[in-house]
Design a protein around this ligand. Structure first.
Ligand SMILES: O=P(O)(O)OC[C@H]1O[C@H](O)[C@H](O)[C@@H](O)[C@@H]1O
Length: 501
């Protein structure tokens, strides 16, 4: 049974974007919001005042403000695992005890960074960061987006268990000047432990004295890291209540803090904290993550969109789509509510995307003329971040804005349907002043809170991820006991490629 607000949303007429603008020429005043260094423009979506009112009622029905307060208060919002979700505390926002604890861990991290800079671990030029999922995607995004050519250390982030990934990294590093950072919340992840062992072997084979003396552990399981052989002084803990895909703010961000410098890392945290305060304190009608979630809900649940596309019109943000894939799909790709009941509609769409303008020449055909509707999100920066001819940046931004206009406007072409564009295709534009640590911190925190707001509106828990367990369990079973009792296809694959076991 749809709730009263859900029924009201479903009943509202679906207007065409062009007529929405005609009926409401002043929509920019209500559907554009500037928060610090970021301007969010939802005016080219189908959100109207009526829809906003209905979604605001839905937010009330779902106790959005109660859940939001529970998140910041450090209540166990991750009910299936009985845990809080305290990534805001890493930025200094939320429960006072958790904030104090995060500060203490950050102080420890900073002291180790000072020691590395002072060459207390010997000369270090390269950082080999080993981790996967949330222990890799965040650091990778930050280092790549903010590093430019000014990185103080050469960083490689190795995640895949495929030995080629590790080989490519170590082939360009000198084992005598490399620091290994093992990033794993649990310190049990198969890929990470195997890669870590291979990295140590690489050092041993190169005759490095005391390879373990060059290892740093970034983890919420310090005991396991010590058992593995990392000295306590080089274990950088973080709190169990920080989820893997929300952990870049914790010691998992170590390679970024080391390579970019502590000031930049702190600015990243400050940018995120400003977004935390915006999310926590702004009324729902002016709340950027919540408004974004309204549009997400509308496209997924009312218009039936199964995907959402994100294009970074900025080379510095090229890893943003893969980062968001984990954040959004691992958080909200669920089929049951937080009470274990079947959900009352579709949950997270598939997040996909790429970089503009490249993507225009590859996938935009489908966005303009295909039979599936995918809401598009453009992320761009006013400042170019490079010193080349300004014509480059101008062309980049002109293309970005032209695509949004074309998706909205479309073009009739009577008598030549192949050259007609239906239009009425929605887009959101997120415009940063520049890709600075503050702006990136705010942007990522915006996406975290938007993901949370979506979960609240759907009544699901965004902080667990049991869906990833079954495949891992089967892999462990095959490794331990050999292939037994699987379907014929799986048995044949194992037989052909692995010689039966
Ligand atoms: O940090 P770790 O404990 O090694 O976990 C790494 C990753 O693996 C898991 O499979 C989860 O799906 C991710 O959310 C997590 O970030």
């Amino acid at each position: 049974m749809p709730s009263p607000a859900q029924a009201a949303i479903a009943r509202l007429p679906q207007a065409d974007l062009k007529s929405i603008f005609t009926a409401d020429p002043d929509r920019l005043s209500r559907f554009v919001l500037t928060q610090g260094p970021i301007r969010f423009d939802w005016s080219k979506t189908h959100l109207t005042d009526d829809l906003m009112d209905a979604y605001l009622t839905l937010a009330q029905e779902r106790d959005f403000t109660g859940w939001r307060e529970a998140l910041f208060a450090g209540k166990p919002v991750n009910n299936s695992e009985g845990r809080a979700a305290e990534h805001p505390a890493e930025r200094g926002e939320g429960n006072a005890d958790s904030v104090a604890r995060a500060r203490m861990f950050h102080a420890r991290m900073r002291a180790l960074i000072d020691a590395v800079e002072a060459e207390a671990l010997g000369p270090i030029r390269h950082i080999l960061h080993i981790g996967i999922g949330g222990s890799a995607l965040g650091p990778d995004l930050i280092v790549d987006a903010l590093g430019g050519d000014g990185l103080r250390y050469d960083v490689a982030i190795v995640s895949n268990v495929d030995g080629t990934a590790m080989e490519q990294a170590i082939n360009r590093f000198d084992p005598h000047t490399t620091l290994i950072a093992i990033a794993s919340k649990t310190f049990t992840t198969t890929e990470t432990m195997l890669n870590a062992a291979s990295a140590i072997n690489w050092m041993v084979e190169a005759g490095v004295d005391d390879p373990y003396g060059r290892v740093v552990a970034l983890t919420a399981s310090p005991d396991k890291a010590m058992e593995w052989g990392v000295d306590e002084t080089r274990v950088l803990p973080f709190s169990e209540s920080v989820g893997g895909r929300y952990s870049l703010w914790s010691s998992i961000g170590f390679p970024a803090a080391l390579a970019l410098g502590w000031d930049a890392f702190e600015s990243l945290l400050e940018g995120a904290a400003a977004m935390d305060r915006h999310f926590r304190l702004s009324p729902p009608r002016e709340n950027a993550p919540l408004i974004a979630a309204f549009a997400d809900q509308y496209y997924t649940r009312i218009m039936g969109c199964q995907t959402r596309a994100l294009f970074a019109y900025d080379e510095r943000l090229k890893l943003l789509p893969s980062y968001l894939q984990q954040l959004e799909m691992e958080s909200n790709g669920k089929s049951v509510t937080r009470d274990g009941d079947p959900v009352d509609g579709p949950t997270a769409p598939i997040t996909w995307g790429g970089v503009g303008t490249d993507a225009q020449h590859a996938v935009f055909q489908l966005l303009h003329q295909g039979t599936v509707l995918a809401p598009v999100e453009f992320v761009a920066s006013i400042d170019p971040g490079h010193a080349l001819d300004p014509a480059h940046h101008r062309a980049l931004l002109v293309n970005c804005f032209a695509q949004g206009a074309a998706l909205l406007r479309g073009r009739d072409n009577p008598g030549d349907p192949a050259r007609a564009y239906p239009g009425n295709r929605p887009s959101t534009t997120i415009l940063l002043d520049d890709v600075t640590p503050e702006a990136l911190g705010a942007l990522i925190a915006f996406y975290e809170h938007r993901t949370f707001a979506n979960a609240v509106l759907m009544g699901i828990n965004p902080f667990d991820q049991f869906g990833v367990e079954l495949g891992k369990e089967i892999a462990r079973f095959i490794e331990a006991d050999g292939p037994k009792g699987f379907d014929p296809s799986t048995m044949a694959l194992i037989d052909i490629a692995l010689g039966g076991g």
